[in-house]
Design a protein around this ligand. Structure first.
Ligand SMILES: [Zn+2]
Length: 452
């Protein structure tokens, strides 16, 4: 059959309009939650679809946090199978009482796991919520799909320590062809909630533990230590609890007299030990394209210089050398190397090492060598549930699982502690005081262990 020329023109015009519009079409299923949670994964950290969160239509998405959700409160959309170079635009509306949340375009592998794009700051395109006025605002995130991404999905996330209630609605993803393959998410399955702790019948230890409060990242801000260091020092001193500070060697290079005086006074009080937490705590990226922590993937000479420079400044400005080391972290591929062991053994002053992990094979060799004593970690027993966030209940759960352990090294980052986190820290100290814990300093305690 032949088409009438006019009808043919109409068909061709229709095709042209269609192919133009294909890129503008919102490919997202259930973009405004009118089919409730269909085609979304909702539930982690109590995220939910509710009428209270609607901007248009009947329903919207709510994510919230009361500072206790260490993984945040999360929801994710269906996943789109993408091609490198595609330009995606995400728009959505949000109403928030806090800026403690963000909406991301999450890149994923063909296994559905998140992958970071080295060319994007933070690894994923995102926008943080900029308004806390509880009014609806429209947001846009643009991205060019990197070769590393098999798929992309929307991820709404509250930051781990945020306190917020955020409503989200009317999502739109444009820039993808209409026939883009869509993978629907599996429904969220909540992990089993741990049983409440029975504080009246806690399992008891035979003997109280020794506790090393390992506080990291002492550096100079302006002319002084960070005010949150003053807060934790005042608190522990008032409780007559001993603490330690991991200092960056570089902070002594152009230290103010006030900073030097403050460190010296802590040291002289006998209540505090200052230890070596690296020269500058900076990670470094090598020719293999990988990023390493300060004491990983560096030669003996490079590592030794970082310690030697610090010891020289300590002797000159503080009047004492450091005798304990705890390596700085940053990325997850190791904080120390064989060379680090050689450096600590070669240094004339180093006798204690706050190990960032349970004792390993090379650590055993170093201990046997006899000069440096290693105080290692127990993975399950931590001051902070996630970095920077002390968690009283998580601590107690870990504590009662390790009743035979003679000592614990408890690591914290006081500069990250807001009032809520600080209160969790003081609850842990209160608990340990009731437990009759002996708060010790690492160099002295290392000598005690060695003598045993
Ligand atoms: Zn650190």
């Amino acid at each position: 059959m032949l088409l009438h020329p006019l009808r043919l023109a109409a068909v061709l015009l229709g095709l042209a309009v269609f192919s133009l519009r294909a890129q503008d079409t919102n490919v997202l299923p259930n973009p405004g939650f009118e089919e409730e949670t269909a085609a979304w994964q909702v539930g982690e950290g109590d995220s939910l679809v509710t009428a209270d969160a609607a901007r248009t239509g009947k329903f919207g998405l709510r994510i919230s946090n009361d500072r206790t959700k260490a993984r945040g409160c999360n929801a994710s959309s269906a996943t789109f199978v993408v091609k490198a170079g595609q330009e995606i635009t995400l728009t959505f509306w949000a109403r928030s009482d806090s800026t403690g949340a963000g909406v991301y375009l999450m890149y994923v592998s063909d296994k559905g796991r998140m992958v970071n794009d080295p060319g994007t700051k933070g690894g994923l395109p995102m926008t943080g919520l900029k308004y806390d006025d509880k009014e609806w605002h429209e947001y846009t995130v643009k991205a060019t799909v990197p070769a590393i991404a098999y798929g992309v999905r929307i991820w709404a996330h509250t930051f781990s320590s945020a306190q917020c209630v955020v409503d989200l609605d009317d999502f739109q993803i444009t820039g993808l062809p209409q026939d883009t393959e869509v993978i629907l998410p599996k429904p969220y399955v909540a992990p089993a909630k741990p049983k409440p702790i029975d504080f009246a019948n806690l399992p008891q230890r035979q003997t109280p533990p020794a506790i090393i409060i390992k506080l990291d990242d002492l550096d100079m801000r302006g002319k002084r230590e960070h005010p949150r260091w003053d807060k934790v020092v005042d608190y522990l001193d008032s409780r007559q609890v001993k603490g330690t500070m991991g200092m960056l060697g570089s902070s002594l290079a152009d230290a103010s007299p006030e900073y030097i005086q403050w460190i010296k006074a802590r040291h002289d009080s006998g209540n505090w030990e200052i230890w070596f937490h690296g020269w500058d705590h900076k990670t470094h990226t090598e020719a293999d394209g990988k990023t390493y922590n300060e004491f990983n993937h560096r030669s003996f000479a490079e590592q030794k210089k970082r310690l030697d420079d610090t010891q020289a400044l300590c002797l000159e400005k503080l009047g004492f050398p450091l005798t304990c080391f705890g390596p700085p972290g940053g990325v997850g591929n190791g904080s120390q190397s064989v060379e680090t062991h050689q450096v600590m053994i070669a240094d004339p002053h180093m006798v204690a090492w706050l190990y960032p992990q349970p004792l390993d094979g090379i650590g055993k060799q170093t201990v046997q060598q006899g000069k440096v004593t290693i105080l290692d970690r127990v993975w399950g027993t931590n001051l902070e549930g996630s970095v920077g966030a002390p968690d009283f209940e998580a601590f107690v759960r870990g504590y009662i699982k390790n009743l035979d352990r003679p000592y614990f090294v408890l690591q914290g980052h006081p500069v990250m502690w807001d009032d809520y986190r600080f209160a969790q820290f003081t609850k842990i100290i209160d608990f340990l005081v009731v437990q009759k814990a002996e708060f010790v300093l690492p160099t002295g305690y290392a000598a005690t262990l060695k003598a045993q």
